[in-house]
Design a protein around this ligand. Structure first.
Ligand SMILES: NC(=O)c1ccc[n+]([C@@H]2O[C@H](COP(=O)([O-])OP(=O)(O)OC[C@H]3O[C@@H](n4cnc5c(N)ncnc54)[C@H](OP(=O)(O)O)[C@@H]3O)[C@@H](O)[C@H]2O)c1
Length: 257
């Protein structure tokens, strides 16, 4: 295994759900003494994860912070710098943290700029500023492969009634990482949408994701697919200057060419 080499991996939203499982699955693919920086607001959950990951001979740091705060990128970068070592081969940033927002209301009810700004700050600005800060702190250098993953959604492409905040945020993030891929030829950029596979009927006859009802648990196979894409494309790093191909019709995965 150890397909990802010695890694500095930063995962936002690692306290539960997809991010937590990504951390555990990723730990199986890295060399000992790799560094994991796990980020979320729930300190207890992060510390439990840290204890589980530490069994794999990893250096794990928890950054307990609300990513919408202006100091969050600096806190994450500081932890990464402190824990990092010169023999790190891969930098992997997983922008996974996200929130659903209020999905009980339609677009015309969002008259409060403060409310909308708060959502976009937490879900869009935070991902941009964290990514920029990490890329500045760990610039391009020989021997270091750099990779940024954005956990996206079908909602980045398809409108869903009453999901205006979530759809807007996911669409903005998706474009943000496409631009980044155009700008940074050395960087691998993956927009990965796990997919809302499991749905329940709503009272009005349409269907809605179980995500809304908090009953959804990500299948491990979904996470493995994401990591397989990562591993496959890391092997191609020096042969391709074009690092992003827009999502395919099915919108499962954006694969690198
Ligand atoms: N579940 C699905 O059906 C589905 C489908 C498509 C895409 N996705 C995407 O997959 C990703 C993970 O989804 P999930 O279902 O695992 O979500 P989840 O269970 O709600 O977990 C979200 C994670 O993000 C963290 N987080 C949220 N806001 C934060 C903030 N302001 N600061 C710091 N951490 C924050 C949460 O931690 P704390 O609360 O501890 O801060 C938590 O660890 C998201 O990007 C989501 O949009 C999910």
């Amino acid at each position: 295994m150890e397909q990802l080499g010695r890694v500095l991996c930063i995962i936002t939203g690692a306290s539960r759900g997809f991010g937590r499982t990504v951390a555990k699955e990723m730990a199986r693919l890295v060399k000992p003494r790799s560094v994991f920086i796990v980020v979320a607001r729930s300190g207890d959950e992060l510390r439990t994860l840290k204890a589980e990951l530490a069994e794999s001979d990893l250096e794990v740091r928890c950054v307990v912070v609300d990513l919408s705060l202006t100091e969050a990128p600096e806190m994450v970068v500081r932890a990464a710098k402190e824990a990092s070592s010169p023999d790190i081969e891969h930098l992997i940033l997983v922008n996974n943290a996200a929130s659903l927002g209020d999905v009980s209301r339609f677009t015309k009810s969002f008259t409060s700029m403060a409310e909308v700004n708060a959502y976009l700050s937490s879900n869009v600005s935070s991902a941009l500023c964290l990514t920029a800060s990490v890329l500045q702190a760990f610039p391009e250098q020989s021997g270091l492969r750099r990779c940024v993953i954005n956990i996206s959604s079908l909602c980045a492409l398809k409108p869903f009634c009453s999901w205006v905040l979530y759809c807007t945020g996911k669409a903005a993030r998706e474009m943000m990482f496409k631009v980044l891929a155009e700008e940074e030829p050395d960087l691998r950029v993956l927009n990965y949408a796990p997919g809302t596979r499991e749905t329940v009927p709503r009272s009005n006859g349409t269907r809605t994701s179980l995500l809304k009802h908090r009953q959804f648990s990500m299948r491990r196979s979904t996470i493995r697919t994401c990591l397989r894409c990562l591993v496959r494309s890391l092997g191609k790093i020096r042969t391709s200057s074009r690092c992003y191909r827009p999502s395919l019709a099915l919108y499962r995965v954006a694969l690198w060419g």
